[in-house]
Write a protein that binds this ligand. Sequence first.
Ligand code: PPS
Length: 284
Amino acid sequence: MSDYIWFEGIPFPAIDYQKEIIGEIRDKFVIRDEDTIILTYPKSGTNWLIETVCLIQNKGNPECVQSVPIWDRSPWIETKSGYQNLTNKEGPHLMSSHLPFHLFPRSFFRSKAKVIYVIRNPRDVLVSGYFFWCNTNLVKNTDSLTTYFEWFLKGNVPYGSWFVHTRDWLSMRESENFLLLSYEDMKKDTMRTIEKICDFLGKKLEPEELDMVLKYSSFQAMKENKMSNFSLITDDLVTNGLVLMRKGITGDWKNHFTEAQAEAFDKVFQEKMAGFPPGLFPWE
Ligand code: PPS
């Protein structure tokens, strides 16, 4: 098991990340007006959104999502391999990131590049992260949910505190080039979310093309697509069979939290997210 790489108070996975590169990306990586960025705190539905956007860009044709690994279609800005990939490839770029606000490339804040930020009930993010990271060699991990729960509340998990990440990025929610989505709304009315993304990206799709986007970005289709389900990740990075497409539901935290944990979580949430309108967070 690896420990983290720490950069400016944020723990990053130990493999495919490097402090110098994370700093260089913030200071020097150039994001252009034509670029699109999928931005999330880990385990919020990043890959679902990447799949959806790739399908929208291809008018529902699944050829690309079925032949190119997801991390090549939308490279992770802050990983060594993603950064290399982006600097070698001509834009416009579709890219992904889990970076917190203060470490994000500064050039973005001077650009018109579009960001789609997805939030998810942090309780489900916690459970999803626990089952994901404990099957990898990428980070310090534990096989006790009790321990992981404490780490999560303190922000001692990959990419730091959910509360800080979300609070900071939500400060951009009124910006024209920022689309805020939630995993819960994506589940409740997937087609409506696809249409919102099309509007935001200025893409006009025919009804049958929209149906194809819906079909090929479904949980089942992605679970069966080896370009998207992380089964191409090499064995040296994973233990116990890593699964990205675990359950794909909302509210799974209720199957895992004790009553005391649920209460403790509510208290921290109320403290740390005070000041935001409750309607912004569409979960129970
Ligand atoms: S990562 O590793 O941080 O990039 O993970 P991320 O993609 O953000 O989140 C993984 C969770 O998203 C669920 N998922 C989906 N749910 C519904 N529909 C689709 N198509 C879909 N694709 C991914 C995935 O199952 C993870 O959630 P859990 O709760 O663990 O099942």
